[in-house]
Every structure is written in structure tokens, then in C-alpha cells.
Design a protein around this ligand. Structure first.
Ligand code: DP6
Length: 360
């Protein structure tokens, strides 16, 4: 689908009121998106595991307004309480998606949202939050325009979510989502995420992700600023090339279930992402001393036990532990005996690969 496909012909019917309710999961990138052009067009293609337990649930109730010329008419609730802190973000999102959703000024919207993961966990809720909101808006568009196909519905939901936050476009489907034009992946596009189209070995369909909460406070540098620092970055071109090659290599890894290779690529991607941060100007570090302690322990654990546990990082200090389901018991013992000491207040979240957003 092209960008122009996301503008529907004039709606034939209209609705006075209604509601839409969706939950969308978080995702963890294996090949990282870091560096972008305007409106979240990625500098390189990425691929992620969709998660199951870390998710945002959103309800959007809408009611026709009498005065439709004014700006957006929104009430925003977070965990049941009116929250005006999120309004600017949602208003910016509305202004970006309005060219594709011409009904946004016609209604009053009450947007009520909550996360299943703790508010101050340091886990970004922008991916799951933007994906859930995009799905609710698409649900409303489908109520007005019932003719649309599922392919259009989910493709456009991912396209809209991308306009809110790049990685959000990978939170619609699962278990693996690819986003960004890649020469080896037909139908891959910078506009929206697609379900990874090739063979996926059984082992990856139940992969585990335990998120060690090393630092729950706000990040010192936002992703948006970090992406921006890739402009004119000395190593930008090499990084985009590396990501492209790593995604190419992952095609065989996903098909064969070669976990040793998976570990090598995934850990290299995580460290390369943080190397980009450390070599930006101005430079910055989002890892904490405990992030490095955990990485050391993981490497020792692999060496001494032969276990297939590895880590990845997003733009923060928390560590995602990735491992096959059949190692769950052993890894749990390892976390509880050795890693929990590095987590803030001993907190971690157990998650696993999932199959995408759900209508509630
Ligand atoms: C390190 O999607 O949060 O998690 O598009 O500016 O909203 P914006 O950035 P965002 O960047 C995510 C970066 C990452 C890697 C990834 O998820 O691929």
C-alpha cells in the first residue's frame, strides 16, 4: 500500500456517537531502528519481537460536536483519572494523522488509557500507547466506513502508529514484525510494519523476554533527540549498513533456529545502538553500572552453563533477557540468585513473544 491509499474517498455515512477499545503490546527490537528522516521514516529497516504482557489498553468514546471548526476536542484519562500531561502528545499525534482521518475535528473524544506495566518502570509506553490509540481511531473509521478489508485496517493502523512513534508501527501484529525497506524482503516498506513474511523456527514462537528494571527514572536523553543525533554522525552510514546486513543474516537465523548466531547478532545490535549514543555529539550514556554488571553475569552464565541466554537493550538502562522457553526454569533461578540484586527494588517483569494487538 502507498501513502495515498491511506486517504479514503469521502465517507458516505456518519455516526453520532460510539466507542472503540483496543489493547496493544510493547515490542523489543532485535535489529534496531536508530536514525530517521521526517515523520519517522527510518534510516534502516528493523525487526522486533512483539510482547504479550507489557501492553496498553485504550478506550476512545466519541460524540458528534456542534461546533466542528475549532481545534480538537479531547478529554484524556490515564488510569481512570483526568490527565492533562498526555494531551500535548495526543494533540500532536492527531495533527499528524488528521490528513488520513478527516473525522477528527467532528467529534469530542474521551481517551481513556492504562498500562499493564508499572507507570514508572522506565519501560517506554509510547510504542504500545500509540499503537492502541491508532487502532481505536481505525476502529472508528471502520465504523464509519465498514467496507475496508482487514489488510487495510491493520496496515493503516501501523502507518498511523508510525506517525506517533516509529517503533509503535511494530506493535500491531506479531510474533515478529519487520519495518523498513529491505532489499531481501518483498513488500517491506518504510511506511508501516509488516508481519515477518518468511519461515520462523518454532523456538522463536515462544521466546521469553524478562525485563530487568535497572533504572526506573526518566531517561536523560529522549529517543527523538537520540535519533536526531544520527544526522551528521561520523559512523551513521556504517551503522545503517550494519543493520541492513544483520537483518539479512537474521532471515536464515529465524528459519533455522540457529540460536548461537541469533545471540551474536542481537547482542551486537544492542551494543552498536549504545555505541552510537556514546559516539554522538553531544555524546551520552544511557546504560548504568548495573547494566554492565548484568551483561558480565550473562556472559559468565553462558560460558559456565552453555545456556542460551542473551540480552538486548533499548534506549535506556533496563536489560531485556531473551531465551528459549525450555530454559525458563534455569534462567529464573539464575535471575533470582544473581541478577535481581542489580534491579531497582529487585523488580523485573516476565514477558514473552506474543501475537499482536487485540480488540477488547
Ligand atoms: C532504541 O520509536 O521511541 O527502541 O520514532 O522518535 O518515537 P521515535 O522513536 P522510538 O525509537 C525507538 C528506538 C529503539 C530501537 C527500536 O525500537 O527499534
Amino acid at each position: 500500500m502507498k501513502e495515498t491509499d491511506f486517504v479514503l474517498p469521502a465517507y458516505e455515512s456518519s455516526l453520532d456517537s460510539g466507542k472503540a477499545q483496543w489493547s496493544a503490546p510493547s515490542n523489543i527490537a532485535l535489529i534496531k531502528y536508530w536514525g530517521k528522516y521526517a515523520s519517522q521514516i527510518p534510516a534502516n529497516a528493523s525487526v522486533s519481537f512483539t510482547l504479550t504482557n507489557c501492553k496498553t489498553e485504550t478506550t476512545v468514546a466519541f460524540k458528534k460536536r456542534s461546533n466542528q471548526d475549532q481545534d480538537y476536542d479531547l478529554t484524556v484519562l490515564f488510569e481512570g483519572i483526568i490527565n492533562n500531561d498526555f494531551r500535548p502528545k495526543i494533540e500532536t499525534f492527531f495533527s499528524r494523522v488528521e490528513p488520513y482521518l478527516p473525522f477528527l475535528k467532528k467529534y469530542h473524544f474521551e481517551i481513556s488509557t492504562s498500562n499493564t506495566f508499572p507507570h514508572s518502570s522506565g519501560i517506554a509506553s509510547s510504542a504500545s500507547g500509540m499503537a492502541a490509540l491508532a487502532l481505536c481511531l481505525m476502529d472508528i473509521e471502520r465504523q464509519i466506513y465498514p467496507k475496508m478489508t482487514d489488510e487495510y485496517f491493520f496496515g493503516k493502523a501501523s502507518f498511523l502508529a508510525r506517525l506517533g512513534s516509529g517503533s509503535a508501527c511494530r506493535s500491531i501484529k506479531g510474533p515478529l514484525v519487520e519495518w523498513g525497506k529491505h532489499p531481501l524482503i518483498n513488500h517491506s516498506t518504510n511506511l508501516y510494519g509488516i508481519e515477518y513474511p518468511f519461515e520462523v523456527h518454532e523456538v522463536f514462537k515462544s521466546y521469553q523476554d524478562t525485563i530487568l528494571l535497572v533504572h526506573k527514572g526518566a531517561k536523560t536523553v529522549s529517543s527523538t533527540v537520540g535519533h536526531d543525533l544520527m544526522k551528521g554522525h561520523l559512523f551513521a552510514e556504517q551503522r545503517f549498513q550494519q543493520a541492513k546486513e544483520n537483518l539479512g543474516k537474521m532471515i536464515e537465523v529465524f528459519a533455522t533456529g540457529d540460536i548461537a548466531k541469533f545471540i551474536e547478532i542481537v547482542e551486537s545490535e544492542a551494543l552498536s545502538l549504545h555505541a552510537m549514543m556514546m559516539s554522538s555529539l553531544p555524546y551520552f550514556i544511557l546504560m548504568k553500572p548495573n547494566t554492565l554488571q548484568i551483561i558480565e553475569r550473562i556472559w559468565e552464565y553462558r560460558k559456565s552453563t552453555g545456556g542460551q541466554l542473551c540480552f538486548t537493550l533499548d534506549a535506556g538502562a533496563n536489560v531485556h533477557l531473551l531465551y528459549p522457553e525450555n530454559e525458563k526454569e534455569k534462567v529464573k533461578n539464575f535471575i533470582d540468585s544473581e541478577l535481581v540484586a542489580y534491579c531497582e527494588n529487585g523488580h523485573y517483569i516476565c514477558d514473552r513473544v506474543g501475537d499482536g494487538a487485540k480488540k477488547l
